[in-house]
Write a protein that binds this ligand. Sequence first.
Ligand code: WTA
Length: 646
Amino acid sequence: MSTEEGEGSLPTTSKIVPSQNYRSTWEVSMKNPEQFWDSMARELHWFRTWDKVLEWNPPFAKWFKGGQINASVNAVDRHVNTWRKNKVAILWEGEPGDRRAITYNELYQEVNRFASVLKNLGVQKGDRIAFYMPMVPEFPAAVLAAARIGATFTVVFSGFSASSLAGRINDCQAKVVVTADGGYRRGKVIQLKEIVDEALASTPSVQKVAVYRRVGREVSMKEGRDYWWHDLMKDSKPYVAPEPLDSSHPLYILYTSGTTGKPKGAVHSTGGYLTFVHATTKWVFDVKEDDVYWCTADIGWVTGHSYVIFGPLSHGLTTVMYEGAPDYPAPDRWWQIIERYGVSIFYTTPTAIRALMKFGDDLPKKYNLNSLRVLGTVGEPINPAAWEWYYNVIGQARCPIVDTWWQTETGGILISPTPNLGIMPLKPGSATLPLPGIEPEIFDEHGKPVKPGEKGFLVIKRPWPGMFITLYNDDDRYKQVYWSRFPGYYYPGDYALKDHDGYFWFLGRADEVLKVAGHRLGTIEIEDAFVGHRAVAEAAVAGRPDAVKGEGIVAFVTLKNGFSASQQLREELKQHVRKAIGPIATPDEIHFVSLLPKTRSGKIMRRVVKAVASGAEIGDVTTLEDGASIEEVKKAIAEFTQSLGS
Ligand code: WTA
């Protein structure tokens, strides 16, 4: 949907000249990247400076080799030694309306005490620890505590199911889990502890669980394994010396969906990641000391890691954190929060903008949004209509929109306007230009650059400090998925085009990954969930355009002998997938079919499935399907669509 509109508004002539400061910064970064990143890294606190800026053994990078650093020092210690000691770090609002303001000194104390708790629980440098938490201030505090002692953390979004949580815990062999008795979402309590208990029935690596009391309800506590956060804190020390960690020490593992059923554990370094997140927070959001910054992402996603925790805290900003849903109790909640705290930088998703836009202009107009200065979006392409609404109604035509393109794997923003370096002319629907140090290109399928305005595959031509360092315990898959499609270049899996002004337009995924309400899901992951149901023989899943969510999930299912299609079974399957992966993966449409379109070798014709799911012209598909003749594809389509009606 957005792509057509985006392409339609492409200018044909080149009149746009980006700001001189942006251009010269980008050129300097290209000419002498090591010197450039060296000076960026020096904005952080290091225990020991590096011997070498970059050691590049493609595709493995070691940034700031020999340097020693600690993420929690950069997020809190650095500020408590300055006037920022009593500056508010986190302005928190719970969904029921409870509020807290936490200063840098208070956050520092909490981080230290919880670091001591983790040590008491037996966590050591290099151990993995998993988080399954609601959006409370203790969440970032505990994440920083893990970083302080050199434990590698993995955050699992609290909307994922018990089996998704267990899969991630088992993959990284986490020793400790940090969770809560619940969290609020749309007035309901999400029963986090019960989900953890279910997951932990199959995770032998987990020895201890720390449970934060958020809602004050009865939960079962397993003797010798589960401990209340507040009880653990009673025996904690007020200060834990931060571990000086090698720059390449894994700060975290974040699981993300790919083209197989098993999520991939993207591993991020400490020094390179922090340098990149610090620099990009400055360039893109143009942060100033007196800003009130609000990124609405849940910490369960990479946006929450980079732009709720590490970026803003490393700049000593005051950040807003909100626990619940944007439409609870009414769809003006976010505008109310912006007015209440005087938010100046606001960063959210196109899905949220489209959903709130549906309620009209009057709701936001009831609030004073004059404090806003920079507006951002992330996670999926933004269609020009939503862009214009965000710009005119929320930003009152005064605030640049930073449409930020990046991924879990990239650690931080790669392509976006950069108000801090001088704002470039914006085009609604384009993420504009690469950040300093980033060299993107659009390739055709043979790895040749395409002409301006032509669609192709995005590649990034050189390493950058924020890039993930590997997939957890799977260097081979890292090489194969990201570096073998176009040898020597990073392959993100996105379609894009570059227009005559060099502006980038994103056109969706080129692989089997969906973006549903900005959440990343693998079609094969969802198919595996379907096949896990006793009635299902085979399943094929594809996305279809959705006016609010960007993409919706459509499934085609064949049944085993003895089962027949019914509305009841359809509902049962929806619940089944929801239970297997989490509510975010709930299918929008389920079609029962008697067969799936397949090639001679038995592979599902994915482009056919996708075209049928999205109601696209099937004629175009015939030229697209790999490994099958046009006749075969036509026959498969005919049989498939016929069986659809059956
Ligand atoms: C998509 C989210 C268009 C893209 C930070 C990418 C976008 C995937 C944009 C990564 C954008 C992200 N415009 N598409 N501004 N930002 N994407 O790992 O397809 O959840 O590959 O990271 O989201 O999703 P992930």
